[in-house]
Design a protein around this ligand. Structure first.
Ligand code: ADP
Ligand code: MG
Length: 251
């Protein structure tokens, strides 16, 4: 069974059609990069998939369970609160700007949701959080506040926070685009290390070498449609004119 299926997703802002009939499926442990020029709808797609944004049409299915669908009158319906809670526990999201709680320590940023939202055992959660921090190379930073950390360290805390919820699928929206090149490398290294955990990852990125290297599949979006999709070898060698022109700018 696929972890995630997006079927015929549509989204407009006012008169601007941003996602046009987008269908994507993500299998267990699969790593998929989404590339494309700025404004092509990549963030909107992640925001619709994670239900931070309401779509206008289509269907979203997590592990065979419908999170959203279009009824016979063409209205989008979302699953009820109880189902949605279960569905939301399947995925995590890492943003461009980290979105850490500034008034919480590093450790508290990580343990807060597992304890208060997932109601898991406190001691286990703390133990796992410390292990995650170790994995992220931040074992000595648990009492620090986000403002005392570099951008790269903040992003690694954000990744630890997402992992602490034990997601089956992690979404990254340009996780390194707010970082200097040397900090970018340390965050990419951490993301690379997650490839062994068998968590599916959907990564929006402008780091072409990274996308080529880490992905099982690459999706190239432009103007709200999927222009190319396939293995990195196939997509990066595509002779599609729009793909070539994009790679000329970013590749
Ligand atoms: P990308 O992440 O690929 O750069 P986005 O999904 O952020 O693209 O944006 C796609 C288009 O949708 C852009 O033209 C953007 O201006 C527009 N857009 C995104 N969010 C909103 C919003 N909340 N209100 C109006 N327009 C938006
Ligand atoms: Mg974006």
């Amino acid at each position: 069974m696929n972890l995630l299926e997006l079927n015929h997703v549509e989204k407009s802002f006012e008169n601007l059609s941003v996602l046009k009939d987008i269908s994507i499926s993500i299998g267990e442990g699969e790593i998929v990069s989404i590339i494309g020029p700025s404004g092509s709808g990549k963030s909107t797609l992640l925001r619709c998939a994670t239900m931070l944004e309401k779509m206008d049409g289509g269907e979203i299915v997590y592990l065979g369970k419908k999170a959203a669908w279009t009824d016979k009158d063409g209205h989008v319906v979302y699953a009820d609160k109880k189902d949605m809670k279960e569905i939301r526990s399947q995925y995590g999201l890492v943003f461009q700007n980290f979105n850490l709680f500034p008034h919480y320590s590093v450790l508290k940023n990580i343990v807060d949701a597992p304890i208060h939202v997932q109601k898991r055992d406190k001691e286990t959660v703390y133990q796992e959080a410390r292990e995650l921090l170790k994995k992220m190379g931040l074992a000595d930073k648990e009492d620090y506040y986000p403002c005392q950390l570099s951008g790269g360290q903040c992003q690694r805390v954000a990744i630890a926070r997402a992992l602490a919820l034990n997601p089956k699928i992690l979404f990254f929206d340009e996780p390194t685009s707010a970082l200097d090149p040397e900090l970018t490398a340390e965050v990419l290294k951490v993301i690379r290390s997650l490839a062994d955990l068998n968590i599916a990852m959907v990564i929006v990125t402008h780091e072409m070498a990274f996308a080529r290297d880490i992905s099982h599949r690459v999706i190239f979006m432009e103007g709200g449609v999927i222009v190319e999709e396939g293995t990195p070898e196939k997509v990066f060698a595509s002779d599609n004119e729009r793909m070539r022109s994009f790679l000329g700018r970013y590749g």
